[in-house]
Design a protein around this ligand. Structure first.
Ligand code: NAP
Length: 332
């Protein structure tokens, strides 16, 4: 174990983590980023957060032509490293937060890392149905996504019938957004009653191209090569939960909106406080948690907005909060 106590250790390598690193590095705090190997889906395990699963990002300001999610994360990393950020290709698997610091972190290689401040930026992962073809097409930009706001406006989805799985507020929000581009938007829900709030339901159901398919689950995702030879979704196979009957629904896109899970497993028993949805609870307007010197940024503390730009914004806040905290404790 090294005795070195880092001023700032950042856990997570999505927009929140890298933005925190850029700010911390430029403030001469010598940040170290543990990039993690977050499990993005049943078959995808890679650092970089949910953007690694996003093909074109068109809503991040400053990229008028759009940018691919992985490319954007590489650019964030390069920018952070340019100012001296150290990148560690490791996962933090457990933590021991000490009220009086320093905090002790353990990597997947059983190394111990000490830090005066820790910024949690491990994000959240979209829940997936768990089908092989769903995963393959999501990974290859084949028309399966877990974020309509990120991907729904892409040309490949224009004027096509699209399906959204889920019956909660996210599903309604995503489906309502898609009605602007799609010929028809089908909500596929496993029950005969939506979980979403009435106002969100009505917002979707009031659209002329909105339809709900009740008591249906998606059993498979069917695909074929498009005119460029790229494998894209053509239909979903549905199962009626009451009769067991199988059917096919032709669609040009599938959006999975069955909730998110914040990546907090490794801090569950650390004394950190969570909100009633399991996200890290923040104090007031800051990124401070209930533990002195521990901050959280991005989707791990945000069940509401979950956008790259909002994650980056809170990453910046967390670095500034950490810098102030270090200053207040005479550690810089
Ligand atoms: P959620 O409320 O947990 O809803 C998840 C939905 O997915 C439920 O309808 C659930 O079905 C369905 N589901 C779960 N697992 C499934 C599976 N394996 N196969 C098929 N369907 C499955 O999650 P959410 O919609 O992401 O919302 C999360 C929180 O954020 C909520 O508190 C919500 O109010 C909030 N939110 C608010 C807004 C807004 O107000 N603008 C927008 C988005 C989210 P069952 O209903 O049968 O359980």
């Amino acid at each position: 174990m090294s005795d070195q106590v880092h001023k700032v250790v950042i856990i997570g390598s999505g927009p929140a983590g890298w933005t925190a690193a850029i700010y911390a590095a430029r403030a001469n705090l010598d940040p170290v980023v543990y990039v993690g190997v977050a499990k993005q889906s049943p078959s995808i395990q890679l650092p970089g957060g949910q953007l690694m699963l996003t093909t074109d990002v068109e809503n991040y300001p400053g990229f008028p032509e759009g940018v691919s999610g992985p490319q954007m994360m590489q650019m964030f990393q390069k920018q952070a490293e340019r100012f001296g950020t150290k990148t560690q290709p490791r996962d933090i698997v457990s933590v021991e937060f000490n009220q009086n610091g320093p905090h002790k972190l353990t990597t997947d290689k059983d190394e111990t890392v000490l830090a005066h401040t820790v910024i949690l930026a491990t994000g959240a992962t979209a829940n997936w149905i768990g089908l092989d073809n769903e995963q393959r097409l999501a990974r290859n930009g084949g028309g399966v996504s877990a974020c309509a706001v990120c991907d729904g406006a892409l040309p490949m989805f224009r004027d096509k019938p699209l399906a959204v799985v889920g019956g909660g507020d996210s599903a309604m929000e995503e489906a309502t957004y898609l009605t602007k581009f799609a010929s028809t938007v089908y909500i596929i829900h496993r029950r005969d009653e939506l979980r979403a709030s009435k106002v969100m339901q009505e917002r979707f159901l009031s659209k002329p191209n909105a339809k709900v398919l009740w008591n249906k689950t998606v059993e498979d995702v069917l695909s074929a090569p498009d005119q460029h030879g790229h494998e894209v979704i053509t239909a979903v196979q549905l199962k009626d939960t009451l009769t067991g009957e199988l059917s096919e629904l032709e669609v040009g896109g599938l959006f999975v909106a069955i909730g998110h899970t914040p990546a907090t497993g490794f801090v569950k028993d650390s004394g950190l406080e969570f909100d009633d949805k399991g996200y890290v609870d923040l104090k007031g307007k800051s990124t401070a948690t209930n533990i002195p010197g521990v901050f959280a940024a991005g989707d791990v503390a945000d069940s509401e907005y979950r956008q790259a730009i909002t994650a980056a914004g809170t990453g910046c806040q967390a670095a500034l909060d950490a810098e102030h905290w270090l200053g207040d404790h005479d550690l810089i």
